[in-house]
Design a protein around this ligand. Structure first.
Ligand SMILES: Cc1cc2nc3c(=O)[nH]c(=O)nc-3n(C[C@H](O)[C@H](O)[C@H](O)COP(=O)(O)OP(=O)(O)OC[C@H]3O[C@@H](n4cnc5c(N)ncnc54)[C@H](O)[C@@H]3O)c2cc1C
Length: 203
């Protein structure tokens, strides 16, 4: 059995910085909470592109331009009026890019059996924890991914939950009969990707 979550944002960085994320039920993933410029909850942090929700290459570039305008403005290099004037055509172009999204998300929604697999299927490839083991941990009272992690090392291997995070959230949500939003996601720990001892020693 193969698992498949669709194309989803990599939010290891935004999650490790503890920015708020919301569950996107259309794209079945976590997306960081950002305003129309891509500003996150902390001054100086902006996000654009796939990391703030999947919307395609052209939309990613437009979001990047909007974020750059906001950055230039907050650095005192671009007056508000100029920022807003420059943003208008970008926003129209972005709206056109995003128009198709609900249709694409509905058409290519990954099937439930590929996201919330049967008991025998390995959910965490690094530590070889199956969906059935996750369900048994929920029966013991584990309410979210960080608890099943402590019980089984699920999500504690080299991928640090990048691969299994969404599967684990959805399996727990289904077993508890609640939404993924209520279950939450892993608390991310550095390093975000495996590094060699040589790289670490050279820092
Ligand atoms: C197979 C495939 C086909 C696609 N086809 C289309 C298509 O036909 N049309 C379309 O509109 N879109 C398509 N897309 C989507 C499009 O590629 C993305 O929406 C777009 O690339 C997003 O841009 P981005 O800048 O957000 O992310 P990316 O282009 O992924 O850029 C992110 C960059 O950050 C770097 N990075 C990651 N982690 C770190 C780190 N910790 N430190 C430093 N750098 C880091 C990466 O190496 C990468 O260079 C496709 C995607 C895929 C995978």
């Amino acid at each position: 059995m193969l698992l498949h979550q669709g194309v989803v944002p990599n939010n290891q960085i935004t999650a490790s910085l503890r920015f708020a994320h919301r569950w996107d039920d259309q794209q079945l993933c976590w997306v960081p909470t950002a305003d129309a410029w891509g500003r996150l909850a902390l001054d100086g942090f902006l996000i654009a592109g796939d990391g703030r929700g999947i919307s395609g290459g052209a939309a990613a570039a437009l979001q990047g331009q909007l974020a750059a305008l906001a950055a230039a403005h907050s650095a005192g290099r671009l007056p508000e009026r100029e920022r807003d004037r420059a943003a208008q055509p970008l926003r129209s172009a972005l709206r056109r890019q995003l128009h198709i999204r609900p249709f694409l998300d509905a058409l290519y929604r990954p099937k439930l059996q590929h996201r919330v697999p049967a008991d025998g299927v390995i959910a965490c490839r690094c530590e070889e924890v199956s969906a059935g083991e996750l369900r048994r941990m929920v029966a013991l009272g584990c309410a979210g991914p960080s608890q099943t992690k402590a019980f089984s090392r699920c999500g504690m291997g080299p991928c640090q939950g990048r691969l299994c995070g969404l599967t684990v959230t959805e399996v727990i949500a289904q077993a508890r009969g609640v939404s993924p939003a209520e279950v939450g996601h892993y608390r991310i720990r550095p390093p975000l990707k495996p590094i060699t001892l040589e790289e670490l020693a050279a820092l």
